[in-house]
Design a protein around this ligand. Sequence first.
Ligand SMILES: Cc1ncc(COP(=O)(O)O)c(C=O)c1O
Length: 388
Amino acid sequence: MATFARRVDTFGTTIFTEINTLAQHYNAVNLGQGRPDFAAPEPVVTALVEAVQSGKYQQYAPGPGTTSLRTAVANHAARFYNLDIDPANGVVITAGATEAIFAAVLGLVDPGDEVILIEPFYDSYQPNVIMAHAVPVCIPLHAPNWQLDPDELRAAFTPRTRALILNTPHNPSGHVFSRQELSLIAELCIEHDVLVIADEVYEHLLFDDARHIPIATLPGMFERTVTIGSAGKIFSVTGWKVGWAYGSAKLIEGVGRAHQFITFAVNHPTQEAIAQALALPDSYYADLRDMYARKRRLMLGALDAAGLRYTMPQGTYFVLADYTSIFQGSPMDFTRYLIREVGVACIPPESFYVPEHQHLIQGYVRFAFCKTDDLLAQAGTRLGKLRR
Ligand SMILES: Cc1ncc(COP(=O)(O)O)c(C=O)c1O
């Protein structure tokens, strides 16, 4: 008897499970998965405790999300990006951004349609497209500045292209797409009548003078963009799994139709807490940036001490490090070596590419710096051994 369906035939165990197991075995400082290891903001936790204790949110939430959270998501988009979102019909609350992306693909893409993915990509994109019986068309960002080749981008569009999944600020490179880059994507999407699924989960994690520009704000793009966000990233609560998709009512209807038969509704008390959290004053968002600026400094200091090269991340809490000056071998070989011999875990990024393109990321590994300052300092001391 077949034990699983053909549609999951090519899906292995995610690299995160494998690395977490190895890291635990060798007691390594784990800079692998993007999972903050510090406390969530106090007002956000208090809001959740109060929501649970009130006894008002023990039963199913409305399928598309609570009115309070949908309104908060719309207000957040107006406050930061001047976008006019209808909370009643233009927002769906999902079980994390991961579900929002899947619901957008299932709700908007037909079998046989092509979906453009930009490598390296968040590892659920390709399985999502495959589970929708659509066809992934992958084009890479190019090292060291992690930019698209305009000719490769242009060539990826065909009469069968239905959607492009765009992630900015970008995991794992830390690249923040510029207005010029976004304008070319927008121009091609308009020319070919293509939708954008804009994964903007790191929208508030920006450094120096980097500015996040939602592609939905570009001329002619609002009507063809579904924008996706995550409370997990904004409030360091990845375990709460609250995300959302917003956009024009027409596109969000498709996302909502899929969502209602994936999870139907999302955890009710956490929606109440996140509704309050999104309304925190500007100082919350400024402090978040300052905290990550400090963590980036610690992380880059550790890489410098190790003699690893990198391109400065402009956003997110990830950095891709080039290890070729100190180690010969594949990213997986280097990761195993680093965990075993140095006691620091990172992620080999091959699984963020289709097999035919994995050669493009040889020589790089990803480090996550959403960790306590102590842990980052400890990683720095251990990584210093590499240079010695
Ligand atoms: C680019 C990107 N999109 C989506 C997600 C998933 O977000 P969530 O935890 O809200 O499902 C992640 C998490 O690492 C991510 O890096």
